[in-house]
Design a protein around this ligand. Structure first.
Ligand code: SF4
Ligand code: SF4
Length: 432
């Protein structure tokens, strides 16, 4: 069986993003293969642990992917201060032509388009993908899943950092479908009355529902004390438009600090604020610029001194354009900013501004978290939900196929041995 079929059978999807099926992404020819081990969001530790623990397997797999893509270069990118991961990878790449790219610690260093620019100097066009400039980018956990797929093992586990206001920050592996509450237990529980962020502090999703399951794309669980500024900034407020009208001075600091704007993509959040404040959508500026926003949140979490939320205005404007059937035009209209290097936002400064520095702690590997009951979502990828191929009452073994895609999607496998206790349109539940 070829590599692409092995990846498809194993149900591998992009572990660091929206869950794009990896067999589709890698079924092409490209000039450069880039592995993203940068860990875009602060406070998370998953990527570095994967690289520390599995460096030889990763490098072997990167070479197989490079050959499959017919790529001239293969580059593993990580932050220069991940000392142990750097050492492990330096040893593993010796004698191979796999390169390492060591990045400074800034946000959002791990944004796919930023990474392509840093490694190659090329700008991915609006509405485009890295392949438009000859590159394919995969997250380091995705590459690890491909390594397992080559050995015939499907995706059944996920490595997750549990941090923030918890007793003992930790990084654990767990079966897919494990409830978030089980991860929290592994970290000794929350300290104080907390709300939770699934993912990183900036782009993660706020929840109070700890029965939610770990999916193929879950990278982190952060406990954040109620009332913390990061939670307030993440909330969509009924008063956002009124505040934009009353407070936004159109100073354009949000645009000046926007990393996508610095790449020449004409992203102008101050114009989205102007449109929101006036209720006049025609003032949003360059439509392509709106589509190029990656929702990194720098404009909201760092740039705006008035506590406004330009990133929310951008997301609103983008949703309206999509609803109107508008699509981006593939182009890079402007040159990257000549001062782009000086515009980068050091992660440390961002954490201090957001009062999150106190949570920037080691989250050492805590082994495998076992789970007696899992609820495996049928949609953990781009595309529609999968179709279950098992029924309630049926016994399944770990690794057994339990759902198949209908069109775009990826295979889903049982993450524990047990009996199927429920099959709905949204999930399959298995009890040990
Ligand atoms: S949203 Fe804030 S940073 Fe942006 S233009 Fe308005 S006041 Fe300035
Ligand atoms: S969220 Fe703000 S800073 Fe980030 S890309 Fe969008 S407009 Fe730019």
């Amino acid at each position: 069986m070829g590599l692409i079929e092995q990846i498809r059978d194993a149900g591998v999807v992009g572990a660091g993003g929206a869950g794009f099926p990896t067999d589709r992404k890698l079924n092409c020819k490209a000039e450069i293969f880039i592995v993203n081990g940068i860990e875009c969001e602060p406070l998370l530790r998953t990527d570095r642990h994967v690289m520390e623990q599995y460096a030889p397997e990763l490098v072997k797999t990167v070479r197989a992917i490079r050959d499959s893509l017919g790529a001239k270069r293969a580059v593993i990118a990580l932050k220069e201060h991940y000392d142990q991961a750097v050492d492990a990878l330096r040893a593993a790449v010796k004698g191979t032509k796999v390169e390492l790219y060591l990045s400074e610690s800034f946000y959002p260093a791990g944004d796919e388009q930023n990474l392509v620019y840093c490694v190659t100097g090329r700008v991915v066009p609006t509405g485009g993908i890295p392949l438009d400039v000859g590159c394919v980018v995969s997250n380091v956990s995705t590459v690890l899943n491909i390594a397992h797929a080559i050995n015939g093992q499907p995706v059944t586990e996920k490595m997750v950092t549990v941090g923030g206001s918890v007793a003992n920050p930790v990084t654990v592996s767990c079966p897919i479908g494990t409830p978030l509450s089980r991860l929290l237990e592994a970290a000794g529980g929350p300290v104080g009355d907390c709300t939770y962020i699934v993912g990183g502090p900036l782009m993660g999703k706020v929840t109070d529902d700890l029965t939610e399951p770990v999916t193929k794309t879950t990278g982190g669980l952060l406990a954040i004390p109620k009332g913390h500024t990061i939670l307030t900034k993440k909330m969509e407020g009924a008063r956002d438009a009124m505040l934009a009208r009353a407070v936004c001075s159109q100073c354009s600091m949000c645009t000046q600090m926007c990393p996508r704007n610095a790449m020449g993509l004409n992203v102008q959040p101050h114009k989205a604020m102007r449109a929101l404040a006036s209720g006049n959508d025609s003032l949003i500026g360059d439509v392509n610029g709106v589509f190029s926003c990656c929702d990194c949140g720098i404009c909201t979490y760092y740039a705006c001194n008035f506590g406004l939320k330009p990133s929310k205005a951008m997301q609103k404007a983008k949703a309206k354009l999509i609803a109107q059937g508008m699509k981006p035009v593939k182009e890079v209209k402007y040159e990257p900013d000549s001062g782009i290097d000086n515009k980068r936002l050091p992660t440390e400064r961002l954490l201090l501004r957001l009062d999150l520095k106190k949570y920037d702690k080691d989250a050492p590997m805590g082994g495998f978290v076992d789970c007696g009951q899992v609820r495996i979502p049928l949609k953990m990828h781009i595309g529609g939900p999968d179709e279950a191929v098992v029924a309630a009452g049926q016994h399944v073994a770990k690794g057994q196929l339990i759902a198949k895609p209908q069109g775009m999607g990826a295979n889903i496998h049982a993450s524990i041995d047990g009996t199927v206790t429920a099959v709905t349109e949204e999930f399959i539940e298995i009890r040990k």
